[in-house]
Ligand binder design. Structure first.
Ligand code: 3PG
Length: 307
């Protein structure tokens, strides 16, 4: 019997969960559910004897991997897998996958939800500004970046992107100006939306030197990871330039410093909610369940990230 654990500190929408459970059962596997757990010990106990696990931003470190006796596959229902120790998994021949693109639309829509809310005075009734005719820069033109571009075009914005891993041709085919350097992106765009993963290379890469190039009334929108931000650099710029603002889906580590001195120039969601829609949960959850079944039955490793 193959046991599949769904372990989420931030539970899936009910509809998504029900779909996942029925897909797992129809494959003849046994589903197990661990939701809203508060200690890694609970996860350790539940993961000990299962063959597969589906997670979201849940932390799967070496300790958890070592506690898993039968684990063959971990699927991160989502895009970023910086929460999984993929090397520790590889050492134990455990396949790690993500479900790229499945929650991209939810994140892209949130970019504009946050941005419109913010530039319209956080809906207080103050006179705000409009997006039409303004420049938006998309840093990383992956699944999310591409949708952000489309929505921005709908708003009548001029759209620029920087992504060294995507060809100029692919970007320009979407009606987006593809820039040569990241510096150009920040110099050109009043709004910059981040869609880079958190890796050792990108960690704290969004720094003072880059941000200080942004034009007047600049807004940085971060629906990626707080780890990519050099927070001291952002705070320095907040102090030096009263026209600079920062909005983010998840508060920075130094949230208190923003609250103390920069009221009205930042907005942080209380909990990471970019992918928290019924649709995104359903898409990513179903993809995760199907990928597990396809790996266990057919050894399909298409979405493996730790080859
Ligand atoms: C992702 O990387 O897919 C998003 O950040 C969503 O994360 P979540 O599943 O924790 O909401």
């Amino acid at each position: 019997m193959t046991h599949v654990l769904i372990a989420t500190t931030k539970p899936f929408a009910t509809e998504a969960k029900n779909n996942m459970i029925s897909i797992i059962e129809q494959a003849g596997f046994t589903p197990h559910l661990l939701e809203s757990y508060t200690s890694q010990d609970d996860l350790k106990k539940e993961i000990a004897n299962v063959d597969a696990v589906i997670i979201r931003s849940d932390i799967i470190d070496k300790e958890i991997i070592d506690a898993a006796q039968n684990l063959k596959i971990i699927v991160r229902a989502g895009a970023g897998y910086d929460n999984v120790d993929i090397d520790a998994a590889r050492e134990k021949n455990i396949v790690v996958m993500n479900t790229p693109g499945q929650n991209a639309n939810a994140v892209a829509e949130l970019v504009f939800g946050l941005l419109v809310f913010f530039i319209r005075g956080q809906f207080t009734g103050l006179a705000g500004s409009e997006l039409k005719g303004k420049n938006i820069g998309i840093q990383a033109f992956g699944n999310i970046g591409k949708i952000v571009a489309k929505i921005a075009q709908g708003f009548g914005m001029k759209v620029y992107a920087f992504d060294p891993y995507v060809s100029h041709e692919k970007i320009e085919n979407e009606g987006v100006v593809s820039l040569e350097t990241v510096e150009e992106l920040y110099e050109t765009c009043q709004y910059v939306s981040l869609h880079i993963p958190a890796t050792p290379k990108t960690k704290e890469s969004i720094n003072y030197a880059l941000l200080s190039r942004m034009p007047k009334n600049a807004v940085l929108i971060n629906t990626a990871r707080k780890e990519v931000i050099h927070e001291d650099g952002v705070l320095r710029l907040m102090k030096e330039r009263t026209d600079f603002s920062y909005i983010s889906d998840i508060a920075p580590s130094q949230k208190d410093a923003f609250e103390a001195d920069y009221a009205g120039r930042f907005f942080f969601t209380p909990k990471k909610l970019g992918a928290q829609t019924a649709e995104a949960n359903t898409n990513a959850g179903i993809a995760a369940a199907n990928q597990i079944i396809d790996y266990i039955t057919n050894e399909n490793t298409t979405f493996q990230v730790n080859k």
